[in-house]
Design a protein around this ligand. Sequence first.
Ligand code: SAM
Ligand code: ZN
Length: 336
Amino acid sequence: MIRSELLEILACPQCDSPRLRYNEHNSAPTLTCETCGQVYGFENGMPLLYTDNAEWAPKRREAQGWVAMWKELGIYDLSQFIPELPYIDSEPWATVARMFDAALFQLSLRGDEHVLDLGAGEGWAAQWFAHKGCHAVAIDIVPDQQLGLGRAWKRMQHFNLAFDLVIGDNERLPFQPDSFDVVFASNALHHSDYLDKLLASVYKVLRPGGRLVAVGDPLITIFQQESDATDGDREKAHGIIERRRRFHEYLIPLWQAGFRNIHFEDAATFWLKNAELYPWMDQERYAIEQNRLFGSTLTTRLLTRTMLRLPRPLAMGLLLSLRQGSLLMISGQKRG
Ligand SMILES: C[S@@+](CC[C@H](N)C(=O)[O-])C[C@H]1O[C@@H](n2cnc3c(N)ncnc32)[C@H](O)[C@@H]1O
Ligand SMILES: [Zn+2]
């Protein structure tokens, strides 16, 4: 079964046509593109809206990698299902919960929005949006029955809530233009090698004035090389794409994709008022002082003085370029 709300916004990932016909064969439903003829199957009740080609191959490897890693970590079994996510008292979820609260604050939803949960994992965010009254769609590459979106069925059952599940690629979203008011991403952007493609795809499916809010992506400073970061090594060994980007490597593709009204926030400073931000930043000079280029008290003092005189977005940009890897919230708006 596929809900009409979902069918109305789907598009063929191969040719972008909105003309997808649902065929309800008893055992094997399909979606057929009436324009290019491509046929898309279902797995565990979810439409597989991707073309199985060279572009998809790394995503297939990653999907298998998540399953293998979860098995290795002993959290694969459905008995490990935690309905309350992300609001539990242990890490990494406590941090994810703080970031999610910040995102919700930033979004201040009415409750009737169309929301896409990008790289949704087991769909706890889509569930939250659906609970609020939104039409929520979760997309991910993992169709496994016990993990990723497969686990979302259990979530819907537990909360007696409905949201839509799609297996597909964040970089080639199978939705019609202008379909969503909000695209939310938790810990998802850094699993993409092609952030430019991903952001262009998100931009397309957002309505004019719609917003992307992404939380939890890691950040390296302009002094670091991506290869220096070792915090994603276990994932990489399983074939999972793990990227570490600098501030401008997020900012430039956002701008190029067309986003405006772009905001970056540091996890530690989001809840601070402007007046509180600057004394805090003054303290940050000790962290910046560790870096060779700014390794003298004089340059660091000068830099901090400059930062304290800049408007908040510029100061934040400078701070995020220089500080040791902290988590971000990124948001941008499609031009109206
Ligand atoms: C770190 S998990 C985060 C899951 C969830 N958003 C959360 O915060 O719990 C990253 C997710 O992105 C998914 N993912 C990676 N690459 C993707 C792609 N190209 N398209 C869609 N999902 C992707 C992975 O399968 C994984 O579930
Ligand atoms: Zn097509």
